[in-house]
Design a protein around this ligand. Structure first.
Ligand code: NDP
Length: 242
């Protein structure tokens, strides 16, 4: 079987870096997407030292020209893309919060990175993903994007209302559903992932999950076989409520 090529956005640290490491350990060639080349190179070098075939690729997901340059490079070097993990995202704890006061600034900045950028990256790479014999797209969502969880007083996340972030991830879920529907008669599978509450810069030190476990959902969805699901929202193999 040919070596699979994976691009993980926001892979210079956190869940993205660990996703790259775990995919690399399975023999996938990983492209470490990073907006800061030096940080991405350091991450790729660390993975290479562990025997992973890793390269940095500069991609600021919120900049169209940066996305276009990344697409051009992957096309030139590989002619296709097998796995796209849309992992990069932001949560601005200082300005995000209640629905009545979520400002235009935090709403737009958060949607720019978490939703519009994810859509732009996916659409830009779709022609290369269609050249794969069975591409996988993994969109990092969150349990915080689930309307069903937010509406359930018994849900652990019921009181956690980060309006801009939560709305952006709900939009990611809907985009995942719509793209999977459009591609249902192709060999491309598109799924959304909830990694868990994970100890990263975003998740914070109080999070119960270690990074090694936080990457498992993305890795599983990135390596689904041809019988696997498409258009779902998963955490560690369990379907999440939308
Ligand atoms: P981190 O904050 O640790 O890492 C976020 C990554 O995204 C960084 O590499 C960051 O790059 C990158 N990034 C942000 N904006 C851009 C941009 N415009 N262009 C390119 N890269 C960008 O987050 P996590 O590892 O915790 O989160 C990974 C994913 O998992 C996210 O989608 C998050 O929403 C989701 N998630 C995380 C949870 C958790 O508990 N940690 C829970 C649920 C979902 P830089 O270093 O340059 O800032």
């Amino acid at each position: 079987m040919a070596i699979r090529i994976a691009l993980i956005t926001g892979a210079n640290k956190g869940i993205g870096l660990e996703t790259a490491r775990q995919l690399g350990k399975q023999g996938v060639s990983v492209l470490i997407g990073a907006r800061d080349e030096a940080k991405g190179k350091a991450a790729a070098d660390a993975l290479k030292a562990q025997g992973v075939d890793a390269k940095v690729i500069v991609i600021d997901v919120s900049k169209r020209d940066s996305i276009a340059a990344a697409v051009a490079r992957v096309e030139k070097e590989y002619g296709r893309l097998d796995i796209l993990v849309n992992n990069a995202a932001t949560l601005n704890y200082a300005t995000d919060g209640a629905a009545s006061s979520a400002g235009d600034g935090v709403l737009r900045e958060t949607f720019e990175t978490n939703f519009f950028a994810l859509v732009n990256v996916t659409q830009a790479f779709l022609p290369l993903l269609k050249k794969s014999s069975g591409a996988r797209i993994v969109n990092l969502s969150s349990i915080l994007g689930s309307i069903a969880e937010h509406a359930d007083p018994n849900s652990p996340i019921y009181p956690m209302k980060f309006t801009a972030y939560d709305c952006s991830k709900a939009a990611v879920n809907m985009f995942t559903n719509h793209l999977a529907h459009e591609l249902k008669n192709t060999k491309i599978k598109v799924n959304a992932a909830h990694p868990g509450w994970v100890k990263t810069d975003m998740g914070g030190p109080e999070a119960p999950m270690e990074i090694v476990d936080g990457a498992k959902t993305s890795v599983a969805l990135a390596t689904l076989d041809d019988t696997g699901p498409s258009g779902g929202f998963f955490h560690l193999g369990v379907h999440m409520r939308w």
